[in-house]
Design a binder for this molecule. Structure first.
Ligand SMILES: *Cc1c(COP(=O)(O)O)cnc(C)c1O
Length: 385
């Protein structure tokens, strides 16, 4: 007989997450509680949810769902990935210092350097593939370390367990943006991280039709503090979006498996071409950090970056491809091709961009669910010109 208490596998948890059947009606999906407030039937015995900024049953189902998937104690849903990240950063106060991955997501960089700096929250950007550089950035007022791995768009790998253990030793809170890997491929809390963050707009939502952010904490005390901030700042996700996100998340594993398999093929095909200057993909044999990545992740993800040589050729390829969406963003059912130099990293000074490998010829391909042979044939004709 099967042991019912045995921990379920990830694919099963995606479908049977606890709220998949409505307890009152047996409905096959979580009801959308489109209500801002809740009646107090008995004034001495207030309802579980009393106002939707503080708590909404649809959002709660999503928050419990992501906590289960990441293996944390409590989840939180926000209006966007940046709403999740900025709310988490407000755990810190004037005079605090944070160590941050140097090639962190552009929006996170902007938040730290144009908003949080004004509030007296200081940050140092370091190459986190270099543990000595991380250690050297420690100051008496350092309170946190913010990791993103693989990073964007050159997919640099940070050793999560090493940095998280070092953070604990130094009484720092460790935060990790897990957008690129998702809990299917990488579960940072199991590696010692305190707070996992997501732009659920990407792979978790998966259909380029919802903007959302998620956070999961490893301890009750962090959960209490983040709850206070989420409610106090009002950065919450609405009921409709919460439902839409759960709808997308149920197919996460099926989508990630397909896209990852295709991304590997695409990376190898690009790598075999003599007219491609460089391919960045953690699954390639010579990718720096590949061994560390394999130790901490169950897959290589669905994003492949490659350098076609120069800006003119990159623009020509973008104009000639017929299948991928040419756009900012990633992680959807449709493939998305983006041009970091003019999109996500346009605000970065050219020299800084080049130093970080974000050359004028660099393209980033987020592989969707199309047939990989068609995607390759399409890119082939676009590269030939
Ligand atoms: C898109 C993205 C974000 C920001 O999320 P939004 O939902 O756009 O606010 C943060 N981190 C990473 C890695 C992203 O790709």
């Amino acid at each position: 007989m099967a042991d019912n208490n045995q921990e379920k596998k990830f694919a099963t948890k995606l479908i049977h997450f606890g709220s998949e059947i409505d307890e009152t009606t047996g409905a096959s999906s979580v009801p959308i509680y489109q209500a801002s407030t809740f009646h107090h039937h008995d004034i001495f015995n207030p309802p579980t949810h009393d106002y939707s900024r503080s708590g909404n049953p649809t959002r709660q189902a999503l928050e419990d769902y992501i906590a289960l998937l990441e293996g944390g104690v409590r989840g939180f849903a926000f209006a966007s990935g940046m709403a999740a990240i900025s709310t988490a950063f407000l755990l810190f106060s004037t005079g605090d210092h944070i160590i941050v991955t140097e090639d962190v997501y552009g929006g996170t960089y902007r938040l730290l350097t144009t908003v949080l700096n004004r509030l007296g929250i200081e940050s140092t950007f370091v190459d986190m593939t270099n543990f000595d550089a991380v250690k050297a950035a420690l100051q008496p007022n350092t309170k946190a370390v913010f990791i993103e791995t693989p990073s964007n768009p050159t997919l640099k790998i940070t050793d999560i367990a090493t940095i998280a253990a070092w953070a604990k030793e130094n009484e720092l809170i460790s935060l990790l943006d897990n957008t690129f890997m998702t809990p299917y491929h990488q579960r940072p809390i199991e590696l010692g991280v305190d707070i996992v963050l997501h732009s659920a707009t990407k792979f978790l939502g998966g259909h380029s039709d919802v903007l959302a952010g998620l956070a999961v904490v490893a301890t009750e005390s962090l959960g209490k503090r983040l709850k206070q901030l989420q409610n106090g700042l009002g950065t919450v996700l609405g009921a409709q979006e919460s439902w839409l996100l759960m709808r997308g998340m149920k197919t996460l594993q099926a989508r990630m498996e397909h896209s990852e398999k295709s991304a590997r093929k695409l990376a190898e095909w690009l790598d075999s071409r003599s007219d491609i200057a460089r391919v960045y993909y953690p699954g390639l044999k010579d990718h720096p950090g590949r061994e560390i990545h394999e130790k901490q992740s169950k897959g290589y993800g669905a994003v492949v970056s490659f350098d076609v040589g120069d800006g003119d050729r990159a623009k020509a390829v973008l104009n000639r491809v017929t299948l991928p969406l040419v756009a900012v963003s990633l992680g959807a059912v449709e493939s998305i091709l983006s041009y970091p130099a003019m999109m996500s990293h346009a605000a970065m000074p050219r020299e800084v961009r080049h130093e970080r490998g974000i050359s004028d010829g660099l393209l980033r391909y987020s592989v969707g669910l199309e047939d990989i042979d068609d995607l390759i044939a399409d890119l082939d004709q676009a590269l030939k010109g």
